[in-house]
Design a protein around this ligand. Structure first.
Ligand code: DX5
Ligand code: ZN
Length: 223
């Protein structure tokens, strides 16, 4: 399978959000990553279901909603009704993760689990078979434009082995500090999905940066 690029609208100009969605819609990205923050689980506040509902009619791309919120189970129906295709919750915010994952899947959405940089991938072992996406945070969540944490490479490799050994079909998504400069190394480690906010939206031609991320071919990189 070729890897997926998921531009994060967190770094878009929110006064021109519709234009950003249309740009992604006509780009080579497959998913649009939407960061939801509550000022409790993370020290920042962003957007919620009304904004997801507003962008839904503008694109057929998959809306990949990343909940950085406490008690995410309370908002499953709201994001489903708003038009989310994927709903990802944090392991650290979910004491009843198995129940929450199945509640997400029962709506028809794909279910994801995100883990913070300090959380070991081994904690996912008994839920991997139930889940569609694992989002490895490669920065501490809260803001766009942070530096990629290099320890993430070894987490990707470990998680890939764990996924293979459990027969899970979960995709590995890497979120935070991803750019065309480190994307090849992230993909070589075993990632399936690249989330990129700042590197896309701070570039002079965001659609070209999306293409650059999409066209990285790890088979052509010398060992
Ligand atoms: C961080 C968010 C990320 C963020 C990534 O808390 O979860 O999705 O938008 O942005 P960059 O690519 O700028 O690190
Ligand atoms: Zn995110």
């Amino acid at each position: 399978m070729h890897h997926i690029v998921a531009p994060s609208i967190l770094s878009a100009d929110f006064a021109r959000l519709g234009e950003a969605i249309l740009m992604i819609d006509s780009s080579e990205a497959e998913w649009i990553h939407v960061d939801v923050m509550d000022g409790r689980f993370v020290p920042n506040i962003t957007i919620g279901p009304p904004v997801v509902a507003a962008i839904r009619p503008l694109t057929k791309k998959q809306l990949d909603v990343h909940l950085m919120i406490d008690q995410p189970e309370k908002f499953i129906d709201a994001f489903h009704k708003a038009g989310a295709d994927h709903l990802t919750v944090h392991l650290e915010a979910s004491p009843h993760l198995h129940r929450t994952i199945h509640a997400i899947k029962d709506t028809g959405m794909k279910a994801g689990i995100a883990i913070n940089p300090h959380t070991p991938v081994t904690l996912l072992e008994d839920i991997l078979a139930d889940v569609d996406i694992i989002c490895l945070m490669s920065v501490n969540p809260g803001w766009g434009g942070q530096q990629f944490i290099p320890h993430t490479y070894s987490k990707i490799k470990k998680l890939k082995l764990l996924i293979q050994s459990t027969g899970s079909k979960a995709l590995i998504e890497v979120d935070g500090g991803v750019s065309p400069a480190n994307a090849a190394q992230i993909l070589s480690a075993g990632a399936d999905v690249l989330v990129a906010g700042n590197s896309v939206f701070s570039s002079p031609e965001p659609a070209k940066t999306i293409s650059a991320l999409r066209r990285i071919d790890i088979n052509t990189i010398p060992a």
